[in-house]
Design a protein around this ligand. Structure first.
Ligand code: DHB
Ligand code: MG
Length: 222
């Protein structure tokens, strides 16, 4: 993947100025590299962006679809009020186990609940249990299921809920109508659904940086 050196240098510059980090977050990034965990975590300034969104929304309940090893969840959970809760869904048992360790280390076990399993199954369970509605939802799991994740996110929302969807640009592949990559197709389908959905107002932003060239969609439930 093309990552221009200046994208990394500017991310470093901005992060040094604006995004103080700490041992737990540094540990997660170092461990990901050392343990060959795919570098699918958000970057530090994206993590801080998610944290600011939690604060700006005044969110008390956050749902995350796709924990990986918990980097973004820690950023978001730290902005929750004392009675706030974040539920994060993870398919890979090994990642969920690491995430639990990290939440412990971050002192966030009372705020974060990890639900292990296929989110296609755990999302209907959450609805069944009447968990929610959530104030903010971050969708960052396997991309072919993005349409399903968006449908359930809507069901678990209320008017005013902010849904953020990661990886909507994929190095520009999102505009390739002949892409045979199921991850790109999942993203193209979900963007078409969002466009046709009268209950939401949305935009999407291209991003470059240490994670390459990708983007976020921001969706407000009306
Ligand atoms: C991939 C997934 C992500 O969530 C991400 O942020 C970057 C890459 C991937 O599946 O390749
Ligand atoms: Mg992502």
């Amino acid at each position: 993947m093309t990552i221009l050196p200046e994208w990394i240098a500017v991310d470093d510059y901005l992060n040094n100025l604006l995004v103080p980090t700490d041992d737990v977050l540094e540990h997660i990034l170092a461990e990901s590299q050392a343990a060959d965990i795919p570098a699918m975590n958000v970057s530090p300034n994206q993590g801080k962006f998610l944290q600011l969104m939690v604060q700006i929304c005044g969110a008390r309940t956050v749902l995350e679809i796709g924990t990986l090893t918990g980097y973004s969840a820690i950023w978001m959970a730290r902005a929750l009020p004392p009675d706030g809760r974040l539920i994060t869904l993870e398919f890979e048992a090994a990642y969920a186990a690491l995430a639990r360790q990290h939440f412990e280390r971050a002192g966030l076990t009372d705020k974060i609940l990890v639900r292990e399993g296929n989110a296609v199954e755990t999302l209907p369970q959450l609805a069944e249990e009447q968990t929610g509605p959530f104030d903010m939802i971050f969708v960052d799991a396997d991309k072919p299921n993005n349409p399903t994740y968006f449908e359930w996110s809507l069901k678990l929302s209320r008017p005013g809920t902010l849904i953020i969807l990661d990886n909507v640009v994929r190095r520009g592949e999102v505009i390739n109508p002949r892409s045979d990559d199921p991850r790109v197709q999942g993203t193209q389908r979900v963007l078409a659904m969002i466009a046709a959905e009268p209950r939401v107002s949305a935009t999407a932003l291209q991003l470059v940086g240490s994670k390459g060239y990708d983007g976020f969609a921001l969706i407000r439930v009306q």
